[in-house]
Write a protein that binds this ligand. Structure first.
Ligand SMILES: Cc1cc2nc3c(=O)[nH]c(=O)nc-3n(C[C@H](O)[C@H](O)[C@H](O)COP(=O)(O)O)c2cc1C
Length: 343
């Protein structure tokens, strides 16, 4: 960890995830951690600038969201700068430039992971955003577009630093890899040593033990957690306690959180998003129960929040012993790793 001009508020970050990092999930995370850095869903800079109404729920900033980072995607420097100006009005902790998304409709516009192939354009995007964003500015990048390229990753990270980003997030897999193979965590160390701004490592962290190991092994300034946090928003409490050397059992009221998550989606998001966001939330959260596949299959037949709640309630009526999880410090906190201790 290096002394930063603008230090990070936490060593733990929630990864931006399309359709997942809704205000509802962020609220669940906040029940367990007041300081973890939270992210919005990815927001199209072009749509934001066009003031497309469908973007509005994605840019919501609720009490308790801070520190919140908005992630934007795009490849046109002036459009990205315009998006920064609009989002800066909400006074977020930060704005993040997506240089990792490999989705074909994003990449074909030159945005997301495609920026990893064009350092000159990437530089111009960062420069324009820096001039427009008074808050923290970061780049979340992968380690190459269609091949793992450590040297180019270091070069691009340095370009971003030279252009004034406050920190870099590195998911050390190349874009086309999706989630296959293992992330190259030693590259996080290499990039961290090459830069003076903080570097945050990301990829396949499923437990507090792994997170701490990554922090110590790589010397990175923070770790970012995606899928494991969507399944287990309490992971941040476990991480904070583990980092502080504290050890207490954590009682997780699983059924209540499941239903609360769905209710929050219902109250924070417009009806047209209930199905997509509800299903995504349930996909990850169902991983906490023994018969997750059966439960999720029933939920997927439903379109409304009330409809999705019904199979959840029925599941716990049938399996009341799964209503609460007690995590001992020795146990993994993440359902995503499927080894949490149940009582
Ligand atoms: C459903 C889903 C949606 C994602 N959407 C985004 C996104 O919009 N922007 C982004 O930078 N990364 C996105 N990611 C990647 C995550 O931010 C993160 O880099 C990746 O999941 C690795 O972290 P993890 O192993 O802790 O999940 C997404 C991942 C998932 C699973």
């Amino acid at each position: 960890m290096k002394p930063a001009e603008r230090p990070l508020p936490s060593r733990f970050f929630l990864a931006p995830m399309a359709e997942v990092t809704t205000p509802a999930l962020r609220r669940l995370v906040r029940k367990f951690s007041g300081s973890a850095v939270l992210y919005s869903e990815m927001i199209s800079a072009g749509a934001l600038l066009a003031r497309a109404p469908h973007n509005e729920p994605l840019t919501a900033k609720l009490d308790g969201d801070d520190p919140l980072v908005y992630q934007i995607v795009g490849a046109k420097p002036d459009v990205m700068a315009g998006a920064c100006r609009i989002l800066a009005e909400k006074q977020p902790f930060g704005i993040d430039i997506n240089m990792g998304c490999g989705a074909p409709d994003i990449v074909k516009t030159g945005a997301g992971a495609a920026l990893l192939k064009d350092h000159d354009l990437a530089r111009r995007v960062v420069r324009a955003c820096r001039a427009a964003a008074p808050c923290r500015l970061s780049v979340k990048m992968r380690s190459g577009f269609d091949r793992h390229d450590p040297a180019a990753t270091v070069t691009l990270a340095k370009i971003c630093q030279d252009e004034g980003v406050d920190f870099i997030v590195l998911h050390p897999r190349f874009g086309k890899l999706g989630f296959r193979r293992s992330p190259d965590w030693p590259l996080v160390k290499e990039v961290g040593e090459a830069l003076s701004v903080p570097v945050i490592g990301n990829g396949d962290i499923k437990s507090a033990e792994t997170a701490l190991r990554r922090l110590y092994e790589t010397g990175c300034d923070a770790v970012m957690i995606g899928r494991a946090a969507a399944a287990s928003p309490w992971i941040f409490r476990c991480l904070e306690e583990a980092l502080a050397g504290q050890s207490s059992d954590l009682v997780v009221p699983l059924e209540d959180l499941f239903l609360e998550g769905l209710d929050l989606i219902g109250s924070y998001l417009p009806e047209r998003l209930h199905k997509s966001r509800g299903h995504r939330f349930c996909f990850y959260f169902s991983g906490n129960v023994k018969f997750s596949h059966n439960l999720y299959t029933s939920i997927r037949r439903e379109e409304s929040i009330d409809g999705m709640k019904r199979p959840v309630i029925a599941y716990f009526e049938k399996n009341p012993h799964e209503r609460i999880i007690i995590l001992s410090p020795a146990a993994s906190p993440s359902a995503y790793s499927r080894d949490s201790r149940r009582v």
